[in-house]
Design a protein around this ligand. Structure first.
Ligand code: ZN
Length: 105
């Protein structure tokens, strides 16, 4: 499968939930993680819910839309290890393109 819709998109705007339209991620938080998924450093305050996910024999943290509960992807603490030159280590929100809807500025 080819890369997802928003993986290489870096236009200014806000990434909204594709299901309910809630604003989730600012485009300024998006970075190139080298993965096939759109990746963000942070979500808008209060926009995201998390819960432990033990599927596939791994312990991961699932992220969901705080408003409608749509599955968005997972969050990892490996932000610095993704070929990114930002000096600040941090979180990487790894999000499914189909869960997002870019509202361009
Ligand atoms: Zn939603």
């Amino acid at each position: 499968m080819s890369e997802e819709k928003y993986t290489r998109v870096f236009e200014k705007g806000t990434y909204n939930c594709s299901h309910c339209g809630a604003q989730l991620f600012p485009s300024g938080a998006k970075f190139s993680s080298g993965t096939a998924w759109p990746s963000f450093r942070k979500a808008l305050s209060g926009a995201i819910k998390t819960r432990p996910d033990h599927s596939l024999g791994m312990t991961r943290t699932e992220i969901l839309c705080a408003k409608c509960g749509q599955h968005l992807g997972h969050v990892f603490d490996d932000g610095k290890e993704c070929g990114d030159t930002h000096e600040q280590a941090g979180q990487r929100f790894c999000v499914l393109s189909e869960a997002l809807d870019l509202e361009k500025k």
